[in-house]
Structures are given as C-alpha cells and as structure tokens.
Ligand binder design. Structure first.
Ligand code: PMV
Length: 311
C-alpha cells in the first residue's frame, strides 16, 4: 500500500494565456488530496467499480502512472480541495494518484510525477496547460515561463508549446478564494477563448499583454511588493474579462473584496468559478465575499508539494 497526497492551487497570474505558451504564476495552498493505492486483481475506486465519467481523472492517472499498463490497482481517494472552485482539484487528484502509483513502484520523483500527471489531466480534460499539475507536484509558488531563469525546475512540452517550470518563493500573505457558485467547465471556457484567439489579432495581443503582466507580477511578488502585485492582478482581471472569461458575479466579488485586499481577480477558467484575493485581513475579505453571495475559502500558501504520507 502507498499513500501520497498533493495540494490544490490558485493561479495568481496568466490563466488562459498560458495555454498559448505565455507565462503563468500559481501558488500551492493548504488543502490536500490523498490517494492510497494497492495492487489488486481488478481496478477499483473507493472499493467500487470505476465509472468512466465520474472517475475519468483517476482512470487517466492509472494509465499515466504505471510503467506497465496491464497492472491493476485499487485506489482510495479523499480530498479537502473543493471541486469546480478553481482550486485545482483535478490536478491535485492526478498528482496524488500518479504519485501513489509511482510510490508502489518505488519511484517518487517530483518532476516525473508532474509530467505524468499533466498527461493524465490533459487526456481526461481534452487539453490543459501544466500550470496546475506542476504547482501541485512542486508546492510553494510556481512560475511557468518562456525562458529558463532563476529557480529552474523542469521543462514540459506539448505540441508546439514549451513551458519552463520554475520555483518561486511566496510571501506569507492571506489568500482568500471566493466561489461564485456559477459552474463553467474548463474545457468549455478554454474552447471559447481559443476560438476568439484563433480568429482575432486583438485577442492575441491581449494574450501577450497578460504574459507581460504575469512576468511583472512575478517580479513584484519576489520583491514582496504586495501593493504592486495587487494592482497587476486587477489589470490581469480586466484583460481576462475582455478575453471572454468574465461573469457578473466575478466582478461583484472582486469589487466586494477590494477594500480588504491588495488586489483580486478571477482565478482559473472564469465564466463563473472563483476569484482570488491577496490580503492581510482574510476574515474581512471572506465576510465581504459571503455578504455578496459567494462562498469564501480562507487559505494560505503551502510549501509542501506531492509527498508520501504515513500509510
Ligand atoms: O479553473 P482551472 O483550475 O481548471 O484552471 C484553468 C486554467 C486555464 O489556464 C484556463 C487552463 C489551463 O489548463 O491552464
């Protein structure tokens, strides 16, 4: 039996643009998904026959995690990462499951797990950037960039896209997520933005501008300049709205937390989903989100990425 856990994440800068090879900055948070795995005569998920739709990420992780495809495994999954809230629940699930399978083979290597988990998420979702899976695997802050720079960890490629993954330290600051309760699928939102980007030069300029803001944001965070980071997050938010990833509830929550935070923006796919705010007054920010009809999660950055837990 192997038991491995991995954290959820929030994207501070660069979602959607990162799908086209632009940079993104994400932070692992203190919510985790755990996967226990044991060789077995047939594939079982939480002691039941797997369901191809419901367990798509787990089944895809089993394919990506094993060195030998014909092996069967029984997995037990539990998670404190809420689903469909922009907190990277699918990536944490893929990283924890792939990690548990690799641990069964005695081979816990973070880079290898990050890459296999990216393949698993990509296959199950029909497209993804490695932002969430690399952040969940490494923990702490993660910058995906076009060039190799300080803190280089590994490189992920898919088709024409190349992402160099880097470690970034994250200042101790409150992270508050506000879930609008409006559900949108990542695949649908990525498809919507893609159609705009493929047809429209203005949209391609927006993507490049998000990339520039992301690099500025990474520099601001490195200098612990939270005021500037917050202003850049708000610029990133407005660009994402123009790109078609907005929703009136997202704007409502961003406005509500503004007096209590350095800055806020939609995080992840958008079209609903969640906002993220950086703040020194997390309880106040959370209360403002709840008073505006959202569900608040008060979180903090987590240094620990994928790791073996006591079985
Ligand atoms: O909402 P999430 O956590 O699934 O994040 C999606 C982020 C995108 O940039 C829109 C897609 C991706 O795979 O990077």
């Amino acid at each position: 039996m192997a038991k491995v856990s991995a954290p959820g994440k929030v994207i501070l800068f660069g979602e959607h643009a990162v799908v086209y090879g632009e940079p993104a900055l994400a932070v692992a948070v203190n919510l985790r998904t755990t996967c226990a795995a044991m060789p077995s005569r047939r594939v079982l998920v939480n002691d039941a026959e797997p369901n191809r739709m419901r367990d798509a990420y787990i089944l895809s992780s089993i394919v990506s995690g094993w060195a030998y495809l014909d092996r069967k495994v029984s997995v037990w999954v539990s998670s404190s990462v809420p689903t469909s809230s922009g907190l990277g629940s699918s990536a944490a699930l893929c990283v924890a499951c792939v990690g548990a399978l690799r641990a069964l083979e005695g081979d816990i290597d973070t880079e290898d797990i990050a890459k296999r988990a990216f393949d698993a998420e990509y296959r199950a979702q029909g497209g993804a950037s490695p932002t969430d899976t690399s952040t969940s695997a490494h923990g702490s802050g993660v910058l995906l960039a076009k060039e190799m720079t300080d803190g280089y960890l590994w490189t992920v490629t898919k088709g024409e896209n190349v992402w160099h993954v880097h470690h970034r330290a994250v200042p101790k600051v409150g992270i508050v997520v506000g879930d609008t309760g409006v559900r949108a699928s990542t695949a649908m939102m990525v498809g919507k933005v893609r159609r705009f980007v493929e047809r429209n030069a203005f949209a391609r300029d927006l993507v490049k501008e998000i990339g520039e803001i992301t690099m500025e944001g990474a520099r601001a965070l490195e200098k612990n300049d939270l005021e500037l980071t917050g202003r850049l997050m708000e610029r990133n938010h407005r660009l994402l709205l123009t790109l078609g990833a907005g929703h009136p509830m997202l704007d409502k929550l961003v406005r509500a937390v503004k007096p209590h935070s350095y800055g806020a923006k939609l995080t992840g796919k958008g079209g609903g989903g969640s906002i993220v705010a950086l703040t020194d007054r997390p309880e106040k920010a959370a209360a403002a989100i709840e008073a505006s009809g959202g569900k608040a999660y008060v979180l903090s950055p987590a240094d620990r990425g994928v790791g073996v837990d006591e079985a």
